[in-house]
Design a protein around this ligand. Structure first.
Ligand code: F6P
Length: 347
């Protein structure tokens, strides 16, 4: 059997660990041919490059960031003959199954292709942790650790200067990284896309805090957090208004805008740091290496059991298979319980 593997969308730590697990179990136990499809859906759309992956190819990649298969944000459904071209490539390389490792965009394409008759299996990744149907995506734990380390470091300089420091983390539609790194880093305020920012409320909490004698504040804000509609500011703060193939704009800068507003309303000196892609690069944590490995092993097991149209998922402590379409139903936003915990330490 020939199994194609691709990584699509934004990269994240752990992609190589998934590929390695698929190749190891696929070759050693099932005697499959594993084929690497390069640059995500682009590779299938453009007819390659596609090449065999050997045990040697994946040796030593467990702890490597990025993806040896490269990635792209290509959406085949944006092309008139997208499905036709993909089917042509699948036929040319005699691919029996495609394992797509990606976030909601990549997995959304996989679900649609499955409807079109292609045999696919999904593996959920994204540092944003916003894919429904799984308790956690790989890459998220690493991003939270990087952000927490940054908050710890920024805290000492904020404290030394008696400043209000705004740390901007990734998270387009969901504030998972903000809330988890904010709790882990002891932030005094956490702002997420799920709850529009009331600037007066933010200012009042900071002023109250400083009136109590505190001399500095740490605020963690997700890039996708928006100011309340009546604030006069635009919704999303953009770095780049142009949309990608999946309709996403490039976010960034809410921390800068908020720092300006808070400084002008309170007189406290403010600074901001946008962590950006630092959260996505580099080595996966031990947790992400293990989760990615378990996902890869389960994905190839699903192939063996012919459970096509499924995605691997973490449920509690177990890895299960779940229909790909469940991942597409909605964005997994933060739950009230975790935000409630953050609120206890707010202000
Ligand atoms: O993959 C998710 C994500 O990291 C988002 O948090 C972020 O908004 C986006 O990707 C950035 O994408 P790009 O790498 O294309 O700039």
């Amino acid at each position: 059997m020939n199994i194609g593997v691709l990584t699509g969308g934004g990269d994240c730590p752990g992609l190589n660990a998934v590929i390695r697990a698929i190749v190891y179990k696929g070759i050693k136990q099932y005697r499959y041919n594993i084929m690497g499809i390069y640059e995500g859906w682009k590779g299938l759309l453009e007819g390659g490059p596609i090449a065999p992956l050997t045990l040697e190819d994946v040796s030593g990649i467990l702890a490597m960031g990025g993806t040896i298969l490269k990635t792209s944000r290509t959406n085949p459904f944006k092309h008139k003959k997208g499905i036709e071209l993909i089917k042509k490539t699948v036929k040319k390389y005699k691919l029996d199954v495609v394992i797509a490792i990606g976030g909601e965009d990549t997995l959304g394409v996989a679900a649609r292709l499955h409807k079109e008759g292609l045999k696919v299996i999904g593996v959920p990744k994204t540092i944003d942790n916003d894919v429904a149907g799984t308790d956690q995506t790989f890459g998220f734990d690493t991003a939270v650790n990087v952000a927490t380390e940054a908050i710890d470091r920024l805290r000492s300089t904020a404290e030394a200067h008696n400043r209000v420091f705004l740390v901007e983390v990734m998270g387009r539609h969901a504030g998972w990284i903000a809330v988890q790194s904010g709790i882990a880093g002891g932030a005094h305020l956490i702002l997420v896309p799920e709850y529009p920012i009331d600037v007066d409320e933010v200012v009042s909490r900071i002023v109250k805090r400083h009136a109590r004698g505190e001399q500095y504040s740490m605020i963690v804000v997700a890039e996708g957090a928006q100011l309340k509609k009546d604030s006069g500011e635009p919704g999303f703060i953009l770095q780049e208004p142009e949309k990608d193939a999946f309709g996403h704009v490039r976010l960034g800068g809410i921390a800068y805008i908020l720092a300006k507003i808070i400084e002008s309303k309170t007189g406290y000196e403010c600074r901001n740091a946008i962590l950006g892609h630092i959260q996505r690069g580099g080595k996966p944590t031990a947790f992400d290496r293990v989760l990615s490995t378990r996902y890869g092993i389960h994905a190839i097991d699903l192939v063996h059991k012919k459970k096509f149209g499924q995605m691997v998922a973490l449920r509690g402590t177990k890895i299960v298979g779940t229909p790909l379409v469940t991942a597409m139903k909605k964005t997994k936003t933060i739950d009230k319980e975790i935000y409630g915990i953050a609120e206890v330490f707010s202000g």
